[in-house]
Design a binder for this molecule. Structure first.
Ligand code: SF4
Ligand code: SF4
Length: 424
């Protein structure tokens, strides 16, 4: 492939790799699992179509607005990677394309401002905390015509959380529980959105780890792993966060994460810094030590006794856990071992709920369609509760359930079972 007379649309900094593009044999096995193909129904919104666009970009003189739109329509869910029998590395390809769009794509000033504002807010726990008192007002405003503006999805999705919970802090070090065999130290990432809006999940996670014999180190900094900017092509912003994370956790052998999107991003740091001689090895070594919380726990026999939780729970596979990290067995094992908890499986487990980082903010109508489909599939199981290991999924599913049933992080359920407490 050549750049042609006018030079290629892609610049020379990591254009989509022609060797990876060639791996696609256009069989179409990925189409049914692709959420954007499901909602938009056009070839160019399928994995196969976008891979063709990547090839076209090597010959075209510039990135067209249509190309930007089709790439923006990709949720980055990686269901196509799971489905593809030819082993096409769409994850690597889209990771190469997104920064190209941000550097060279024809985005309007308004769109750039919106994306910049989302990242400036969502990656800063302090700014998110400042927003908490306004959430209740925001939910009222979501009933007004403001819901039809770009602020609409934000107003609808933001969860109500008491200010006291949003500002509560985890101890820097939590010792293993008494009476269990110590398992060593584990570092725990608190996250940005997670620590402010789902601090109870973080507290539950630390209690579960301690009950299983881990000494848990939960430093307040770094504030964010950079997952949202990384998965949106804001390479420099993501790299700055990633460097802070790598430096902060270098002394640990295991870094535990309870957010699917964060874990997936941290496991990608090795790729992010592959061309950086100063950070390449440090990043790769760091990524090799990152474990999703379910991986950490399922790797050892349980020590803490579990008490019964008589409930029927539908397990939702977060894409960044199931497709990007291939973690499906471990959460099911952990929840399945809770006495009297019946685990049920929804149809279309592989299909994204439409949250997908900031996708439900940038493509609200299509995201709502996927959200409703996911919520209906989960409800059709007859479950009395849903388990989801990603805050974005939890918010998206909750927003689209036709009747309210609780959505818990698996750690909340496990913690309640270990403590013999009611689930809140
Ligand atoms: S990405 Fe894989 S499954 Fe999809 S068309 Fe290409 S080869 Fe087939
Ligand atoms: S990452 Fe998800 S939305 Fe994007 S092409 Fe693959 S399956 Fe479709």
């Amino acid at each position: 492939m050549s750049g042609g007379q006018h030079g290629p649309a892609w610049d020379s900094h990591r254009p989509p790799d022609p060797e990876l593009i060639k791996d696609c044999v256009h069989c179409g096995f990925c189409l049914t699992t692709c959420p954007s193909y499901n909602v938009f129904g056009t070839e160019m919104d399928s994995p196969r179509g976008r891979i063709v666009l990547m090839r076209v970009g090597h010959d075209e003189p510039a990135i067209s607005p249509q190309m930007v739109e089709h790439f923006d329509n990709c949720l980055g869910c990686m269901a196509c990677v799971t489905a593809c029998p030819s082993g096409v590395q769409y994850d690597r390809l889209i990771e190469q394309v997104r920064p190209q769009l941000e550097r060279n794509g024809p985005r309007t000033r308004r769109e750039k401002w919106f994306r910049g504002a989302v990242f400036a807010l969502f990656t800063h726990p302090g700014r998110l905390r400042a927003m908490v008192p306004g959430v209740a007002i925001g939910r009222l405003l979501a009933r007004t015509p403001l819901r039809r503006t770009r602020l609409g999805p934000l107003l609808t999705l933001a969860p109500p959380v008491p200010l006291s919970a949003a500002v509560s802090r985890l101890p820097a070090v939590t010792k293993p529980a008494a009476g269990v065999s110590p398992r060593g130290k584990v570092a725990f990432l608190q996250g940005c959105l997670q620590r402010v809006f789902f601090g109870d999940v973080n507290a539950a996670t630390v209690r579960v780890l301690a009950a299983e014999g881990w000494e848990v180190h939960a430093p307040r900094k770094p504030r964010c792993c950079g997952a949202l900017p990384l998965h949106s092509g804001y390479e420099e912003t993501a790299a700055a966060s990633a460097k802070e994370v790598i430096a902060a956790y270098e002394g640990y052998d295991t870094i535990a994460v309870n957010v699917a999107g964060c874990g997936s991003a941290m496991k990608e740091y090795g790729h992010l810094f592959a061309d950086d001689p100063q950070w390449r090895e440090r990043a790769a070594a760091f990524s090799a030590k990152v474990r999703d919380i379910h991986e950490v726990l399922a790797a050892h026999p349980a020590q803490a006794p579990r008490h019964p939780l008589p409930m029927t729970v539908a397990y939702h596979d977060a894409c960044h856990l199931a497709h990007a990290q291939k973690v499906r067995r471990e959460p099911r094992e952990l929840l399945g071992a809770v006495p009297e908890l019946t685990l049920v499986e929804p149809r279309e487990w592989e299909l994204c709920c439409g949250s997908a980082g900031i996708w439900n903010l940038t493509k609200p109508a299509a995201a709502a369609e996927l959200g409703k489909r996911k919520a209906d599939n989960l409800l059709a199981t007859g479950a009395t509760a849903i388990a989801a290991a990603n805050p974005g999924c939890a918010l998206q599913i909750t927003a689209h359930l036709p009747r309210p049933i609780p959505v818990y992080h698996p750690m909340t359920l496990l913690d309640a079972s270990i403590r013999g407490a009611a689930v809140r």
